[in-house]
Design a protein around this ligand. Structure first.
Ligand code: GLN
Length: 476
């Protein structure tokens, strides 16, 4: 399959006429059909993808194609795409057709990428296994009956099983990196504000980041380069210049890697994960990189703080789904209150309702200071602790997840256990830092494992470069 080599190779074949965008799209459509049972896509944009492919084939022939000509991309069902539906994996948005494209998607299209469909995810990006999707779970392509992780589960599986070249997912507490780890692919969450959130259906606005899934770092870097950058439609988007992520950097020499001691002594961490992480660290050290054990005083607070703040933000963000403006509307309400109530009761799933209630609770005036204000303060402490560590280390390493992909249904009864899947990934979005999951190692049952690397804000280029180097190092 084309996706096994990098996009630049494909680009050459397209340039010499060895293959065409149409053929490439058709090949991915075949893969999507073949793996239909994995439920990775909620909707395949077959017609628009094929007609785009034909248009871009003409542009290539004319020498006028953009730098992503022939790049086939799947998008998580939380990203708006003009004249296409997006539902955030929810019944409440069923039938919603977007009148505009999210900035990330628009930028991809302006460089002639082809959007092939929208991918399954946990409802409103709330979940770690994709089991909270109202369209049924996406399934991991490796192992039997394993979850792909979440919330961007469909986006991870699509790349894993070659149903598209790259996927755009979103990461609020780990939703790109955790599924990437479970599925054995690369997953990047950029710094907060690096990529515009315009046209992304919001969950926790001070956390949400659009991220990339890929099978190699080159494709990831190129995709990020196109989607990143300031956008007047998102006031929080950074005005910092976008580096050429896809251009290799000058030799960086040995780097200092901080390993969070607490992540390796955590109770309940799977022995294969532990061994794999130690093995990776050892190889970095053998190759001349400096390893420094660091401590995280606040690791145990990362998840509670994450859940207080994101549910608070979600309860406000999701108030717009009231049956008046978008998607589902209840039938025959007696009055306005009943319209709101019944629409939301019918349209939202259990986890979304739980989080809206939790978020509303922490924002009520009698509890505001005890929970919301306190959590804001601890968020700041977590951010400052990491900031201080980045003065001494270039990257911070940990496993991506405490366990490999679990089985469907295994954790859906125990909400707290499910929340634990994000113990290592929640720190980065609390501080706004970029982080990546690298596919590395397998457990004894053959399930993929991941290594998590975090860098200081806006150090994506260094992070990508080091990821590429270290993966080639440990594989040789
Ligand atoms: N799994 C985490 C949660 O359930 C993270 C979700 C996300 O990053 N969107 O909230």
């Amino acid at each position: 399959l084309e996706s096994h080599t990098s996009f630049s190779d494909l680009s050459k074949s397209l340039g010499t006429g060895k293959t065409t965008c149409r053929k490439v799209v058709e090949r991915y459509l075949e893969q999507i059909a073949k793996h239909k049972a994995l439920n990775a896509f909620i909707e395949v944009f077959e017609d628009s993808a094929l007609s785009r492919a034909d248009e871009i084939d003409l542009k290539i022939a004319d020498g006028k194609a953009g730098k992503l000509a022939g790049m086939v991309v799947g998008i998580k069902d939380v990203l708006c795409y003009k004249d296409h539906s997006s539902t955030a994996g929810s019944q409440i948005l069923k039938g919603y057709n977007s009148p505009y494209s999210s900035t990330a998607v628009e930028r991809l299209e302006s460089e002639d990428a082809i959007i092939i469909g929208r991918q399954n995810c946990d409802e409103f990006a709330m979940g770690s296994s994709n089991e909270n999707s109202s369209y049924g779970p996406a399934i991991n392509g490796i192992g039997e009956n394993r979850v792909p992780g979440g919330s961007s589960g469909g986006s991870a599986v699509s790349v894993q099983m070659d149903m598209c070249r790259v996927s755009l997912g979103t990461d609020t507490g780990g939703s790109v990196r955790q599924p990437a780890s479970f599925c054995g692919v690369y997953g990047l969450k950029p710094s907060y504000s690096r990529v515009s959130r315009y046209g992304l259906i919001a969950y926790g606005s001070s956390f949400d980041c659009i991220g990339v899934f890929s099978k190699n770092i080159e494709d990831m870097a190129l995709t990020l380069e196109v989607i990143a950058g300031h956008d007047p439609n998102d006031a929080t988007s950074s005005t910092l210049e976008v580096p050429d992520y896809s251009k290799p950097m000058d030799e960086q020499g040995p780097r200092t890697i901080g390993v969070i001691e607490e992540t390796l002594s955590l109770e309940g961490i799977n022995p294969a994960v532990l061994k794999n992480t130690r093995n990776f660290v050892q190889q970095l050290e053998n190759a001349g990189h400096k390893i420094k054990m660091v401590h995280s005083k606040f690791l145990e607070y990362a998840l509670p703080v994450y859940y207080i703040l994101t549910t608070a933000e979600a309860s406000t963000n999701l108030s717009r789904f009231d049956g008046v403006r978008y998607g589902h509307r209840t039938r025959d309400p007696k009055n306005l209150m009943e319209l709101y109530e019944n629409t939301r009761t019918e349209g939202f799933g259990e986890e979304v309702k739980r989080r809206v209630m939790l978020g509303t609770f922490v924002l009520t005036s009698s509890y505001y200071d005890a929970y919301f204000t306190k959590a804001q303060k601890v968020r700041k402490l977590i951010q400052e602790e990491l900031k201080t560590q980045f003065k001494e280390v270039d990257f911070i390493l940990s496993p991506t997840t405490p366990t490999p992909a679990f089985r469907l249904g295994e954790k859906s009864e125990n909400i707290l256990e499910m929340y634990l899947a994000d113990i290592f990934t929640a720190q980065a979005p609390l501080g706004g830092f970029p982080a990546i999951s690298l596919p590395y190692g397998k457990d004894p049952e053959g399930m993929p494992l991941g290594i998590h690397l975090m860098a200081d804000s806006f150090k994506e280029r260094e992070l990508l470069e080091f990821s590429k180097k270290s993966i080639s190092l440990v594989q040789n």
